[in-house]
Design a protein. Structure first.
Length: 82
């Protein structure tokens, strides 16, 4: 089973691979934005294995954050997520 996690784009580099920095709360990762060419800074994207797969709206991102928080509260995620 695969899991994609929402993150907020905070920087885009239009280099040959279209990469950027995405924030997952306190964690910031470098990801590929090649599959979401219209994504822009401030938007949320679903990330799997270092690749942004799709742009989602903020409300959808927060629904995922809430579900992950519930799992964490129930002790099902280890030492946290992101």
């Amino acid at each position: 089973m695969c899991l994609a996690v929402p993150g907020k784009i905070i920087e885009i580099r239009d280099d040959s691979l279209r990469t950027g920095r995405v924030s997952f709360g306190q964690v910031v990762k470098e990801v590929s934005l090649a599959l979401v060419p219209k994504a822009d800074v401030g938007q949320y994207v679903m990330i799997h294995a270092g690749m942004a797969l799709e742009v989602i709206d903020e409300a959808a991102a927060y629904k995922v954050f809430e579900a992950l928080k519930e799992l964490e509260d129930e002790g099902l995620t280890g030492d946290g997520w992101a």
